[in-house]
Write a protein that binds this ligand. Structure first.
Ligand SMILES: Cc1ncc(COP(=O)(O)O)c(C=O)c1O
Length: 410
């Protein structure tokens, strides 16, 4: 289906109409949806109502009347099909880092006598920081075993309680085979905790079928939940009743408004709540899922793969001899939905691209990242982005001193 020129591919794209449902930066090519997903048209309408009617008019009564109190679980149930999870296995709350801390604490409790947390040495650093703090604060005597991504399957033994994995790597977009890793971990009694921040929304996930025990992920990337959107947790249904988490706040209590002196967790996934949820952000995320949840997940994945293949083909043709190297897997089945290119002046090159209307991002030390969100990126966007990259590199435009200026957020 996706062959021929960029225009022919766009003309045959079954998701072409979905782009119209997003508000995109005007006259820009937006390839940063792996960092902050674009704004779905369902969100502003929903937030307008939430602010004026539910907050303004309903005020405190809206906790019940508008079911604000049920939002973390309700939005979780709405997200569940995109993750391959069942109702009651997903909760939307807190930041990914906070959720990791909760789930790592819970996992250590579920595996008494095992003192090792396995963690990828080159994964997203915050996950490593959290794993180190969970091991030392929650379970003194526990230790991290940091292993390269390629050696994960060799790192399991009877000392390991839990392994923390990135389904799709934030730099290269390399994708781990989830079922195979889960099987290997299970054979040693090791729990799997997946960070699916870079896959959720861009491809169908099968957390249940693959045998994942626990998962976390960001709401603001391909899921388009908005800046600072709450993150999500997944817990395999059978594990929920036994799960104990370290942040025992009142909203995770069985009866928060009974104001009992002692903590007793809620019977369901709500036991992973801690404090009051950010209602406006939750409602924005829920509205985004109304749009994303209605799309055919196989069509989403097929387009994501095709966009990546097309990007690589264009970059190899246009940028040969210009100092860039493909840093993502060439085989689409081994990739997420972004393409990373290596270049010695990657930061400056990205600033030059942004100045020319191509918005991607940069990751240390030398990577240009281009997020190919299949919901709104066109093949013609990819083609223009690569042309612009070729022009920048051919002219040496990145050497302009203004592109050396480092921003706080890169
Ligand atoms: C893979 C991965 N995990 C975790 C995080 C951190 O998420 P949060 O800021 O919600 O804690 C990010 C942020 O970009 C990420 O890319």
């Amino acid at each position: 289906m996706f062959t021929g020129s960029a225009a022919e591919r766009d003309a045959r794209d079954p998701l072409a109409g979905v782009r119209e449902r997003f508000v995109l930066p005007r006259d820009q090519i937006y390839l940063a949806g792996n960092s902050l997903g674009a704004l779905p048209d369902t969100v502003a309408v929903r937030l307008e109502r939430a602010v004026r009617e539910e907050w303004g008019e309903g005020a405190v009564r809206s906790w019940n009347r508008a079911d604000w109190i049920g939002a973390p679980r309700r939005v979780g149930d709405r997200l569940a099909p995109l993750l391959g999870a069942r109702p009651g296995e997903v909760l939307v709350c807190d930041a990914t880092s906070v959720n990791l801390f909760k789930l790592l604490g819970a996992a250590l409790r579920l595996r008494p006598g095992r003192e090792v947390v396995v963690c990828e040495g080159d994964g997203f650093p915050s996950d490593g920081y959290i794993a180190a703090s969970a091991a030392s604060w929650l379970a003194p005597g526990h230790r991290l075993r940091t292993v390269p991504r390629a050696k994960l399957l060799d790192a399991f033994d009877r000392d390991v309680a839990v392994v923390l994995l990135h389904h799709v790597d934030y730099r290269s977009a390399h994708r781990l085979p989830m079922t195979e890793v889960c099987e290997a971990a299970r054979a040693h009694g090791v729990l799997t905790l997946w960070d699916v921040s870079h896959s959720a929304g861009a491809m169908p996930l099968e957390l249940g079928r693959a045998g994942a025990d626990l998962a976390v992920g960001c709401g603001y990337k391909y899921l388009c939940g908005g800046p600072g959107a709450p993150a999500f947790v997944y817990v395999r249904g059978e594990l929920v009743p036994a799960l104990e988490q370290p942040l025992q706040g009142w909203l995770g209590h069985r009866a928060p408004f009974a104001f009992e002196a002692d903590y007793e967790p809620a019977s369901g996934i709500e036991r992973l709540l801690c404090g009051t949820p950010p209602i406006l952000s939750l409602l924005a995320f829920e509205a985004a899922l109304e749009l994303l949840g209605a799309l055919d997940p196989l069509a989403v994945r097929a387009k994501s793969e095709a966009l990546g293949d097309f990007f690589i083909a264009c970059a190899e043709r246009e940028c040969a001899g210009l100092g860039v190297e493909i840093a993502s897997p060439r085989a689409a089945r081994e990739r997420g939905s972004q393409i990373a290119l290596r270049h010695a002046e990657a930061y400056e090159v990205m600033q030059a691209l942004i100045a020319r209307g191509v918005i991607g991002d940069f990751r240390e030390p030398d990577l240009l990242r281009f997020g190919l969100a299949p919901h709104y990126v066109r093949f013609s966007d990819v083609e223009r982005a690569v042309h612009t990259l070729r022009d920048v590199l051919a002219q040496g435009a990145q050497r302009d001193p203004r592109y050396r200026q480092r921003n706080r957020v890169v």
